[in-house]
Design a protein around this ligand. Sequence first.
Ligand SMILES: [Zn+2]
Length: 408
Amino acid sequence: MPSKKRKPGKMFEKVPTYAVPDVLFDSFGYLTLHDADLSVYLYCCLLASKKRDEDGQFVFEIEPAKAATGYSERQIWRALGSLQGNPQRTAARTVSAQQKPSLAKKKPLIVKVSGGNFLKNTYSISTEEGLCIGIYRGDKKETLRGMLYSIGLGYFDVPCYLMDRLRELKGAPLAVVLTGIKQAIDEPNAKFVASLKEWKSMAGITKDAVLHSAWECETVHDLMRVAHKKGQRRAGVELFHPVRGTSLTRNMAEAMDRAAEKAAISAYEADRAREYTQQELEQWFLSEFPEAEKRDDEFYVDCPECHGMRHEKRTPTLRVRFDKGAVGVMACHAFIKRLKRSGDDVFCSFDTKGKVPYHLMAMRDRISPRQALQKMRNYILVLRGETPEETEREGAFSISGPADGIPI
Ligand SMILES: [Zn+2]
């Protein structure tokens, strides 16, 4: 079974796409919607994607919907009802014995938000629970794709080129091109061999002639070219960039190379991050700060900012630990005093953001953080029985505070 949560595909890396919830297909890759239901649902996804600041909601107006899909007003309203999970009388004929009774309410794919005599009809793409998909994160609004990804609903990439031409694809061509894309993504390959029988089942069509004429539909042909010899059960399929006319197979190979390269780089970086073990770092730290008090996994040392003056008594307040970060982390949140006027608590302001334990050594010894890092590194190399690296000559380095932005 394909995983529900689909990562953004590589197939259409260079082709602009809209995200459509992958409830569009069942677990076998068969389309779950047909004809007007399919066109109207994609049109709803298009509206929700274009209104990217509306949290998956969209205003539905009948005239633009008719123009975009090519269906009649009656067909569109019926499709909208069906997409909201309302039973359809005509559905009864196609329901098989294994399926639920036709009058059972189906899972809604869109939900009504508002609407009435004087209000515009507003709908939302539905979650699996039948709720509005909107995710409120303060002022930050998500795209439909982002919302589908974060709620784990999964999505299917449909080229904008097709979403903007639903009218031209009305009926079988839409079902055929979507299931063609689905097969390419599942392969995954922009060039593949398709079984005609399987393709028809996925698209919900019965006649070979319908499949053939769908391939010949100009809009389908812009994206998908099918080579088929009469009488054969299989056909060769290749996807193309619908505007540039270039094959997507090459793009995909390149995209996969880039992905492999990226993975190699991040693995390398992760290795670098694990350059020193917690134990090695702790040993180095104790050699530099033998006065450090160790409690559990934390070391407490004198804070260069507040000097831990608590109740007039000097207490080490800077906490240092080496199980986090590439070379350890540190922080001081020492309570200093309570302001008399406001009653607010004042804490140590030692800004440890971006500063790690070897910066402490740099401050104390008045050397650059870079030199401190090198010293630390050499200490650990010697500890391992390896040859220390040549250190830079320490010039006169005045430090009023550790330099920021020094890479660790
Ligand atoms: Zn402090």
